[in-house]
Design a protein around this ligand. Structure first.
Ligand code: PLP
Length: 454
């Protein structure tokens, strides 16, 4: 038998039933649950088609029409298309679509505009900031001098503190962006502060780039020099990232675009993932359609409806609401460190969200006192305000059930045993079982993929 028959042309379910069945189980999990983690989404079949394409076979080190290998005419075409679409959507003069993901994109920004040891500023991680904006265990604090800024008790960035720290420390680079922030970002104010101290200003809009494109969040383009974003959050594309350079950035430093490109390749990466690039091009194409504007606005409308429902049912939210796709529930009314109970209990009810620190969290990042949830994935699925009202009621019910019964032990040595007991008890909790029943019924009304074959 030829290789063609034995290997190349057989579907996964014949050649590797083991992996095939794991993927099938994952499709099942997604279909029967509500995905409320705000950094996740559900991509179209078209994005999956491109991501699973033969471009995964290709090596294309370099940039379109400046490659090290042959056979790149199609890779050139698809990368140039992704770049054109990105520039048009955001209204910027330069885009790099090669970063493997958000963290490597941010690393490339440091590599482009800082020297090791330079001072950088970003939002503190327990205050909602990202690891790569200067958190102590990350490269961004090991190779650079990190001066974190904070949020106020109301959840908003403390602009006065940013200005004071910037003038005292003269950073080379100031970041704006977060993984847990429910209000609109003050791009204009931070851009001004960066100008006052001669710093580059980078807006990391990983979470909200889809909202920006859709007109549901202010754009950082007039105020930032550099913009980074993942492509797999509200942008609803494959895992990946982009770095954009603005007119303002090019005015400040005419070589900025070249510096960014050289930092990505050959500075940090080798061959770009052309299959990922082709899927980014598809996602950007989808984001250019009028439907996407509607989608972006619906994400925010849904999130506001969910926030209102959670508050109506007695929960406290950080900042008492939301401007975007994300909500932080403050569980400190029930004691500290309750996030883990809520996350795991809701997992049993097929509602996926994550434990998260809240501003001035009295507990630790590993056992935080809040949970984070959001609406990008459920909005893709077609859920509207009416369903959000219900989900808010269900989440509040489970929160009250577990947080009134379970408290994180003060004595750290008792936590493991306590959690084991909690985990065995929630399996037969009737409140959680009832909510799970409601979730399954709702999911049936909003089916996911219909034609995936594994
Ligand atoms: C998600 C995120 C990233 C990192 O993305 P990865 O693809 O997980 O590396 C960077 N910055 C912010 C603000 C994010 O939310």
């Amino acid at each position: 038998m030829s290789n063609q028959e034995t290997f190349l042309n057989k579907p996964i379910k014949e050649t590797d039933p083991q992996v095939s069945s794991i993927i099938k189980k994952e499709i099942d999990r997604m279909s029967h649950g509500l995905e409320m983690i705000p950094s996740e989404n559900v991509v179209s079949l078209a994005v999956l088609n491109a991501l699973g394409s033969v471009f995964t076979n290709k090596y294309s080190e370099g940039y379109p029409r400046k490659r090290y290998y042959g056979g790149n005419e199609n890779a050139d075409e698809v990368e140039a298309l992704a770049i054109e679409r990105a520039k048009k959507l955001f209204g910027v003069p330069h885009a790099n679509v090669q970063p493997y993901s958000g963290s490597p994109a941010n690393m490339a920004v440091y590599f482009a505009v800082c020297n090791p040891g330079d001072t950088v500023m970003g939002q503190n991680l327990p205050d909602g900031g990202h690891l790569t904006h200067g958190w102590k265990v990350n490269f961004s604090a090991k190779f650079y001098k990190s001066v974190p800024y904070h949020v106020k008790p109301n959840g908003c960035i403390d602009i006065d503190e940013v200005r004071k720290l910037a003038h005292e420390n003269k950073p080379k680079l100031i970041w704006c962006g977060a993984t847990a922030y429910v209000r609109e970002f003050p791009f204009e104010e931070l851009g001004k502060i960066a100008d006052e101290v001669g710093a580059y200003f980078a807006a990391d809009v990983a979470h909200i780039s889809g909202l920006i494109i859709g007109g549901a969040h202010k754009s950082p383009v007039p105020y930032a020099d550099i913009i980074t974003t993942t492509t797999h959050k509200t942008l609803r594309g494959p895992r990946g990232a982009m770095i954009l350079v603005t007119e303002k950035g090019l005015k400040k430093d005419p070589e900025l675009a070249d510096k960014i490109d050289r930092a990505v390749f050959p500075g940090l990466q080798g061959g770009p993932h052309d299959h990922q690039t082709s899927a980014i091009a598809v996602a950007l194409g989808e984001a250019m359609k009028p439907d996407f504007k509607e989608y972006a606005h619906q994400i925010v409308k849904n999130c506001k409806a969910l926030a209102a429902s959670l508050m109506k049912h007695g929960l406290k939210l950080v900042s008492d609401g939301t401007d975007n796709h994300m909500i932080l529930i403050d569980l400190t009314a029930y004691g500290k460190g309750g996030g883990i109970f809520v996350q795991e209990a809701l997992d049993h009810a097929n509602i996926t969200l994550n434990k998260n620190t809240i501003p001035a969290d009295p507990s630790s990042p590993f056992y935080p006192s809040g949970v984070r949830l959001g609406t990008p994935a459920t909005t893709t699925r077609g859920l509207k305000e009416k369903e959000m009202e219900l989900i808010g009621e269900w989440v509040a019910k489970v929160v009250k059930e577990v947080c009134s019964k379970y408290k994180l032990p003060e004595d750290k040595t008792q936590i493991k045993e306590y959690l084991a007991k909690f985990r065995s008890e929630i399996k037969s909790n009737s409140t959680i079982a009832e909510v799970k029943g409601n979730v399954l019924e709702l999911c049936k009304k909003f089916p996911l993929y219909k034609t995936l074959v594994y």
